[in-house]
Structure formats: structure tokens, C-alpha cells
Design a protein around this ligand. Structure first.
Ligand code: G
Ligand code: G
Ligand code: MN
Ligand code: NA
Length: 256
């Protein structure tokens, strides 16, 4: 496959860049963190979405190298922001993990090495994983999650409510955050089932002592509904689209 060859080369040539989307405390309006989202500038095809190349990276096993680069790059950037007093020690960086990375035995060693090298404390790193990825290998997931806990690295369940899963797994895997999928958030203002569904997800999170992050907030109305529902954190185009480093740095500076 041509794209596989291109991907290999891109990894060698570091043709990827991370964008950052601010995560907001909906009550105070403060920026409490950022989600790193990878972008690939292809030499002839222009920007290619991770939705298109991550699956290929997974099929070919290249995701391990790429994923390692992503965690390292995000932590390195966080360190720079900390050094320049752009962020304080409560600011966290979120990195998406694919199921393949999650199942790989070297993940924790790699993360330990990256944290040591970039001088980032574990509480400042949040990993995002889908429920489907957890359910693919429940036993392995339980072990990884326990090890992350031991290290104080935070774990978020991404796209919550859309995957194949059973609520009972929340018992065995106490994660720190649930990210409500944007498909719920975007319908929360129409008084349909979504309001009730988001309410139910918030109650689940409260019961389990987890924090809620709403994704894909685009309108003031959605924001108001989410606040009514007691949802504390969120991200989306209403606040900011994903930004490059320079834009993100400006965005955070404008808050101080
Ligand atoms: O930002 P965007 O809409 O292009 O992201 C599309 C999809 O790609 C999302 O599902 C997002 O979680 C995923 N994605 C973005 N960056 C990464 C990454 O670094 N690793 C993995 N595994 N997925 C990512
Ligand atoms: O799968 P994950 O939740 O990691 O992916 C987040 C995706 O959602 C990214 O591709 C990001 O660019 C996109 N995104 C972020 N904010 C919004 C938003 O407000 N609306 C929509 N439609 N997409 C968003
Ligand atoms: Mn995510
Ligand atoms: Na999501």
C-alpha cells in the first residue's frame, strides 16, 4: 500500500504535528488542560486526518512508534509551557491512545521513560482510551489501568456512550474521567432523549467519583444545558477548535 510506505517515511521524517484543543472548566471559564490531536502533512495529498491514517498505523503496527512520538511530543510541549509560565502545575495534557498501544506490554515502560526525560509529573498526563479498546482485552486493560493508577497517571474514557461496553466494567476499572461523546452534546439542546442521557451519564460519573468532560460543545445553548446538568468540564468549537502551538500559547495567554 502506498499510504503505508508514506506513513513509514513520515514517521522517519517526523512529518507529524500536534494540535491542541483547550479543555475548559465550565464554571470558572479557566483553561484546565488541552487535548493533543495529531495531524499529518502529506507531501502530495496535503493534510490527512488521523481518522484516516491511525487505522492504517494500527494495521501495520506503526502505531507503536507513532504513539510513542505523540506522548513524548505532548509531554515535551507541556514542559516548555510550564517553563515559560504559560501554564501552572494543575494544567494537564491529554493524549489519545489506540487500543493497540494499550494492549502492548511496553506502554508503561515507555511512559515512565518519557515522563523522566521530559520532567513531567504523572498527574499532568491524561490518557484517553475508548471503552471499545478496554473491552477488547478486559484482563490486560485491568492490569494497565491498575499500573497507571499506581503511577498517578490519569485515565479518561473517550467517546463515552458510543462504544461496545457494559457499565459493569466501570466497577473493575475505576478511571478518572468520562468524556461524553459529542453526538450526545450536540443534541442536548433539543429537549429530546439526549438531555436525559447526558443526565444519566453525569449521575454515573458522580456515583463512581469520576469527572465529566463534555466534548464538541458548539453553542451557548449547549453550554447552558450542560451547566444545568452539573457537567464541570468541556471542550469544543464554542471555546476553540484545535490549535497549533503558537495559537494555543496565545489562547492561554489571553486568559491571564
Ligand atoms: O482531531 P480530529 O477530528 O481530526 O481527530 C479525529 C480522530 O483521530 C479522533 O477520534 C481522535 O481521537 C483521533 N486522534 C487524534 N489524534 C490521535 C492520536 O494521537 N492518537 C490516536 N490514537 N488517535 C488520535
Ligand atoms: O475521538 P476524539 O473525541 O478524541 O476526537 C475528537 C474530535 O472531535 C477531533 O477530531 C476534534 O477535532 C473534533 N472536535 C473538537 N471539537 C469539536 C466540536 O466542537 N465539534 C465537532 N463537530 N468536532 C469537534
Ligand atoms: Mn479524545
Ligand atoms: Na470523543
Amino acid at each position: 500500500l502506498q499510504i503505508e510506505t508514506d506513513l513509514r517515511q513520515a514517521i522517519q521524517q517526523r512529518a507529524f504535528i500536534l494540535y491542541y484543543q483547550p479543555i475548559i472548566d465550565l464554571i470558572t471559564g479557566n483553561v484546565i488542560g488541552a487535548e493533543a490531536l495529531i495531524r499529518w502533512q502529506h507531501p502530495t495529498q496535503g493534510w490527512i486526518s488521523p481518522a484516516d491514517f491511525i487505522p492504517i498505523a494500527e494495521e501495520t503496527g506503526l502505531i507503536l512508534k507513532l504513539g510513542n512520538w505523540t506522548i513524548k511530543q505532548a509531554c515535551h510541549q507541556l514542559h516548555l509551557w510550564q517553563q515559560n509560565n504559560i501554564v501552572d502545575s494543575s494544567f494537564s495534557i491529554s493524549v489519545n491512545l489506540s487500543a493497540y498501544q494499550f494492549a502492548h506490554s511496553n506502554l508503561l515502560e515507555q511512559i515512565d521513560a518519557i515522563l523522566a526525560e521530559t520532567q513531567i509529573s504523572p498527574q499532568c498526563l491524561k490518557l484517553e482510551i475508548t471503552e471499545t479498546a478496554i473491552m477488547e482485552n478486559v484482563d490486560a486493560a485491568a492490569q494497565v489501568i491498575a499500573s497507571l493508577r499506581q503511577r498517578n497517571i490519569q485515565l479518561s474514557i473517550d467517546d463515552f456512550g458510543t462504544g461496545y461496553s457494559s457499565l459493569s466494567y466501570l466497577h473493575s476499572f475505576p478511571v478518572d474521567n468520562l468524556k461524553i461523546d459529542k453526538s450526545f452534546v450536540q443534541r442536548v439542546n433539543d429537549k429530546s432523549d439526549s438531555f436525559g442521557l447526558v443526565n444519566a451519564i453525569v449521575q454515573i460519573a458522580k456515583t463512581m467519583g469520576m469527572k465529566i468532560i463534555a466534548e464538541g460543545i458548539e453553542t451557548d445553548n449547549q453550554l447552558e444545558q450542560l451547566k444545568l446538568l452539573d457537567c464541570q468540564f468541556g471542550q469544543g468549537y464554542l471555546f476553540s477548535k484545535p490549535l497549533d502551538v503558537e495559537e494555543m500559547t496565545k489562547f492561554m495567554a489571553s486568559f491571564r
